[in-house]
Design a protein around this ligand. Structure first.
Ligand SMILES: NC(=O)c1ccc[n+]([C@@H]2O[C@H](COP(=O)([O-])OP(=O)(O)OC[C@H]3O[C@@H](n4cnc5c(N)ncnc54)[C@H](OP(=O)(O)O)[C@@H]3O)[C@@H](O)[C@H]2O)c1
Length: 368
């Protein structure tokens, strides 16, 4: 297996025999080949030390490297929480020669496909649609739990992948895909499961909010604010995804699906970005005592949802009007709970890792 990490590394744990792992992960496929578990290791050993949960990381960039470092730093904490350890068995990247601070180089591999087949929990933080989608499908079909922070993939392909996960009886979690550290999906999915959510609206793209904030609070001309945001790394090299509202639309779709169980596609979002705004718009908003924000909203409509992303001039008392810089906010309306507000960092490696690690712990609890 070229470029694959040394899978015998146990990080202090007793390494499980590969045949036993194959049997645990691919029960149907391995039935003919694998020896019974009792022949592979002594019974007393199995009951004394639960085998580690093997975690494969796909991607080691802003988010992936933070996840890898925390999996190492917090080994003891996770072992205590789960009653078994989380073992990072490999990290798939494109270029193994790049320096990855705090990540053991022996874990790096360019063979993501092989890595996926050796893990109990597969964590996709590489971004893009392919090969991320195929790798996730392979992982799910192989019986692995999957965690991803890939909003575009979840918005575009999430329903199909969720169907595969359900068919295989495994989990597909993506808290990090919306509002990074802010646990909005958990609140909608779990905390409000017994309530009826009627609407969700928020500022869910920190990059555009940074630009709009510069204009509204610092009086910077709109074009110059876009330029400065790009220079400071707030915008992607191709800023279209942020500025045209595509990033916010993906998040709005995921919010709508989670809140209402609505089958809504990205192409159904009524989307307007901020590129059409002019300095005149900002001047008028200031004169009227309003603040322009890129608002993502989802409202229950029958058994579906109306989902929109557009710039809105908000009155100063609106909770969305006060949100600054890269901060995200979401306001949830529910029949019994009333209005709930969640606010916090909407991006960043460490912040997104917080959500991804929460999903990893959740996924690890399902691993038998
Ligand atoms: N950054 C954030 O604040 C944030 C917040 C929320 C969600 N997310 C989501 O998290 C995901 C990752 O974002 P990021 O900012 O961490 O991205 P990033 O910094 O660009 O890192 C991407 C990583 O994936 C690897 N990779 C890409 N394509 C690959 C392939 N075909 N095979 C193997 N490895 C591949 C890259 O390898 P190399 O290093 O070798 O190039 C890199 O390590 C995205 O879906 C993003 O939308 C990010």
């Amino acid at each position: 297996m070229p470029g694959a990490p040394d899978l015998r590394r146990g990080g202090g744990h007793r390494p499980a025999p590969l045949a036993a792992l194959a049997q645990r992960r691919h029960p149907a496929g391995a039935r003919q080949r694998a020896a019974p578990a009792w022949r592979l290791r002594p019974r007393a050993d199995v009951s004394a030390v639960p085998s580690p949960v093997r975690v494969a990381l796909l991607g080691c960039g802003t988010v992936g490297s933070a996840v890898a470092r925390r999996l190492q730093d917090r080994q003891e904490r996770y072992a205590e929480l789960l009653g078994r350890s989380l073992e990072l068995v490999g990290v798939a990247v494109r270029d193994r020669s790049l320096p990855r601070e705090g990540v053991d180089p022996v874990l790096l591999t360019t063979d993501a496909e092989a890595l996926v087949r050796q893990a109990d929990v597969v964590v996709e933080v590489m971004g893009g649609i392919e090969p991320a989608r195929s790798l996730i499908e392979t992982a799910l079909r192989g019986g692995a739990q999957v965690v991803t922070a890939n909003k575009q993939l979840v918005a575009q392909q999430g329903e199909g992948l969720a169907a595969v996960a359900a068919e295989q009886g495994v989990g597909l979690d993506y808290e990090g895909a919306v509002m990074a550290a802010v646990p909005v999906l958990a609140v909608l999915r779990d905390s409000l499961a017994g309530d009826e959510v009627t609407a969700v609206r928020g500022v869910v793209n920190g990059s555009t909010n940074y630009v709009l904030d510069l204009v509204a609070r610092e009086g910077v001309a709109f074009g110059e604010a876009v330029r400065q945001a790009g220079e400071l790394g707030y915008l992607e090299a191709d800023p279209t995804e942020d500025l045209e509202g595509l990033d916010a639309a993906a998040k709005a779709v995921i919010l709508a699906r989670t809140a209402f169980g609505a089958q809504v596609g990205l192409d159904e979002v009524d989307r307007v970005g901020i590129t059409g705004l002019t300095d005149e718009d900002f001047k008028r908003a200031a004169q009227e005592g309003t603040v322009i924000k890129l608002v993502a909203s989802a409202r229950r409509a029958g058994c579906g949802a109306q989902v929109a992303v557009r710039p809105e001039a908000l009155p100063a008392h609106d909770p969305l009007a006060a949100v600054r810089g890269g901060t995200n906010i979401v306001v949830i309306e529910a029949v019994s709970a009333g209005e709930l507000r969640l606010q916090g960092a909407g991006a960043g490696g460490e912040e997104t890792a917080s959500a991804v690690l929460g999903d990893i712990v959740r996924a690890a609890r399902r691993v038998r």
